[in-house]
Design a protein around this ligand. Structure first.
Ligand SMILES: Nc1ncnc2c1ncn2[C@@H]1O[C@H](COP(=O)(O)OP(=O)(O)OP(=O)(O)O)[C@@H](O)[C@H]1O
Ligand SMILES: [Mg+2]
Length: 299
């Protein structure tokens, strides 16, 4: 009797899983490009790159979803100054992500936590996997040109779940130039190769700080380490982004306006990176779909 009930439980779990797999496949059919922003090391600027890349793509007129799968330390809402929670307005009975721009939607665990944003959340592996799968199966994303996924540091459950759940996701690996970060980045590169995830390229962040008084470049975290790693690993270096005080300020206050300030080196470099990413991710298909839906390119 006990065996039969266990069998039926396993059977119903399997059926649920299959149903969810179908929902995930259906959602993914409406997402053209999937980009996983990752790094072996913490604090190198993954969330900043993910958030600003999403905003820049949206400003170009692409339809963008930003999914924050850092369940322990979600920082996307703070970087974007994003308030509000997803609501259940979908006609399919699914949850709608939080709208940030008319053509950009975001989902982060923080938006689901109500008032208690500083609570430490304890997630065991299976729960994390289930939450990330639900971010795709139970959220009604609009038809997207890009889904950008921000992951926590390392090569644990979160990037692995993304790799297993979102086929054709391509990795954008962020590093600082210093050796301790580069060592971790090599692990990320090996992770991608092991799970057969295509690597879009590397971003060297926090690469030099221009002294506001004398204009000299101070290499706080050294320089060119990302470039050397990219060369050695035969990968594209997508950008070299300097340390910039405006990014620190903007990251704390949820202000992204520095992305329009072309006087800043970081803005010019970031824009070049976005253009390169657009070039690498089949802009033709993306732009034709924008025309279908009436979205305009910003220029
Ligand atoms: N180029 C930059 N210049 C100045 N500050 C930066 C730059 N890039 C990121 N920062 C700042 O560094 C801090 C860490 O950035 P961020 O949260 O994006 O890193 P992360 O890799 O996502 O961290 P975690 O591993 O904790 O998820 C933030 O305060 C952010 O504003
Ligand atoms: Mg982060």
């Amino acid at each position: 009797m006990a065996v039969r009930s266990q069998n039926s439980q396993t059977g119903s779990r399997k059926a649920q899983m299959e149903m969810q797999n179908k929902e995930i496949a259906e959602t993914l059919r409406h997402i053209k490009n999937r980009i996983l922003v990752m790094s072996g090391k913490g604090g190198v600027g993954k969330s900043s790159v993910a958030a600003y890349l999403s905003v820049s793509l949206a400003k170009k007129g692409y339809r963008v979803g930003l999914m924050d799968v850092d369940l322990h330390g979600p920082s996307i809402p703070r970087i974007l100054g994003l308030k509000g929670s997803p609501n259940f307005g979908s006609h399919k009975g699914k949850m709608l992500p939080v709208r940030y721009l008319p053509n950009m939607e975001v989902i982060s665990i923080e938006n689901l936590m109500g008032e208690n944003k500083d609570a430490a959340t304890i997630w065991r592996g299976p729960l994390k996997i289930s939450a990330i799968r639900q971010f795709i199966s139970d959220i009604e994303w609009m038809n997207l040109d890009y889904l950008v996924i921000d992951s926590p540091p390392g090569t644990g459950d979160e990037p692995l779940t993304v790799a297993q759940t979102i086929p054709d996701a391509r990795a954008l690996i962020v590093t600082t130039p210093q050796e301790v970060s580069l060592a971790d980045v090599r692990k990320s590169i090996n992770f991608c190769r092991q799970v057969k995830m295509d690597i879009l390229g590397l971003v060297e962040n926090m690469s030099g700080l221009k002294c506001p008084y004398c204009g000299a470049i101070i290499d706080v975290f050294k320089m060119h380490g990302g470039e050397a790693t990219a060369r050695r690993e035969n990968l594209r270096l997508l950008a070299t982004l300097p340390l910039e005080v405006e990014v620190v300020m903007g990251g704390d206050s949820g202000d992204t306006t520095f992305l329009d300030n072309k006087a800043l080196v970081i803005t010019r470099e970031f824009n070049k990176m976005v253009d390169e990413i657009v070039k690498l991710t089949d802009p033709q298909t993306s732009s034709s779909s924008q025309n279908d839906k009436g979205y305009l390119r910003a220029g």
